[in-house]
Design a protein around this ligand. Structure first.
Ligand code: SF4
Ligand code: SF4
Length: 335
């Protein structure tokens, strides 16, 4: 949605009202108009079911559908040093009709109580709203209609229309698979066998972890120079096959490692297989909360820098980095 937002969504102060939406004082409002008709009850029900299966809380009223995403924040009281936690949420409103308006408001943080310790609340709420919108557009009937719209108005092939919408919705979560031969919103395991779904790459043949302690401080230099680049994707079940062999600036590193040519998988919730990463920077650009920064890794066969998840704790689990990584070497473990 971030791309759509650049030219289609207006963020405005609360004195603006549209189609009966009256934002609360001090709220910010984003509106995106999708040029498709959504009026049939059966189609609206289909959209609602898609949203439920995408993991959002869904409500409806009149011609509107509400999709809510909830997340938790944890922190520490600076005075008592007691652990703090708070539950936050953001709701996106889908106004159906001859066109579809998708609207969200970011509530003032005070509406969640005395949660002064939460950092970057607006940024996180904004990113989560965009994540809902991208998921709504991609995972529901709305995408089928948008494909038809682009085919008709821009004379795009179905493949090109799918690619266009795919690129417009980089923050979508748990995306359904769409191809020209399987354009409907099918779960991955129900795609017809003749659909042109990319063949999954074999998972890495990972040896058991090298020796070492989880508290060892990892060095990026060493004698490991006889390695070649590893092909993706990341082994999704690496946590049951590898062990933590040390840390780098507080971030866990899963072995085996043999620097500088073999660096293993880094992170606990935001995980990147450094042996696959080719350092194109897509994850760094996609991350709305700046979890990553570049780390120089001279002598590595795949790339001489890697996206280091130094602010892993700031992750809002929007999945953007996982979705954009070309060699699929990112794995996000949601809380
Ligand atoms: S998107 Fe993937 S390949 Fe590109 S820098 Fe990030 S982790 Fe590396
Ligand atoms: S690290 Fe990835 S999943 Fe976490 S906030 Fe950044 S882009 Fe989203």
């Amino acid at each position: 949605m971030s791309l759509l937002l650049n030219d289609r969504v207006w963020v405005m102060l609360s004195d603006v009202a549209k189609r009966g939406v009256y934002p609360l004082h001090a709220s910010r409002l984003g509106i995106f108009r999708v040029p498709i008709e959504l009026t049939a009850r059966s189609e609206i029900s289909t959209v609602m079911n898609s949203l439920k299966s995408s993991g959002f809380k869904v409500d409806t009223y009149a011609d509107r559908i509400y999709a809510t995403y909830k997340w938790s924040e944890n922190g520490v009281n600076p005075v008592t040093e007691k652990e703090l936690s708070a539950d936050l949420d953001i709701t996106v409103e889908i106004v159906t009709g001859e066109v579809v308006d998708i609207i969200y408001q970011i509530k003032p943080i005070e509406s969640f109580g005395d949660v002064y310790w939460i950092k970057n609340y607006r940024q996180k709420a904004d990113a989560n709203a965009k994540m809902i919108i991208d998921t709504v557009i991609w995972n529901s009937k709305i995408c089928d209609k948008l494909i038809a719209y682009y085919q008709k108005t821009q004379k795009l092939s179905m493949d090109d229309a799918i690619i266009k919408i795919d690129e417009m919705t980089p923050l979508k979560r748990n995306p359904t698979v769409r191809t020209a031969t399987a354009p409907q919103t099918l779960p991955q395991d129900q795609i017809p066998s003749n659909a042109s779904v990319p063949t999954p790459q074999p998972t890495l043949g990972v040896a058991s972890a090298s020796s070492g302690s989880g508290n060892t401080s990892i060095s990026l230099t060493g004698t490991g120079t006889s390695y070649t680049k590893v092909e993706g994707p990341i082994d999704q079940s690496f946590k049951s096959k590898r062990q933590i062999v040390g840390q780098f600036q507080g971030i866990n590193v899963w072995g085996p490692i043999d620097p500088p040519g073999q660096l293993g998988i880094w992170g606990t919730e935001v995980c990147v297989d450094f042996d696959i990463c080719v350092a194109d920077g897509a994850c760094i650009e996609a991350c709305p909360v700046n979890v990553y920064e570049w780390l120089d890794t001279p002598g590595h066969p795949a790339s001489d820098k890697k996206p280091f998840m130094i602010r892993e704790k700031d992750c809002i689990f929007c999945m953007a980095c996982e979705n954009v990584c070309p060699p699929q070497c990112v794995k996000i473990f949601t809380k």
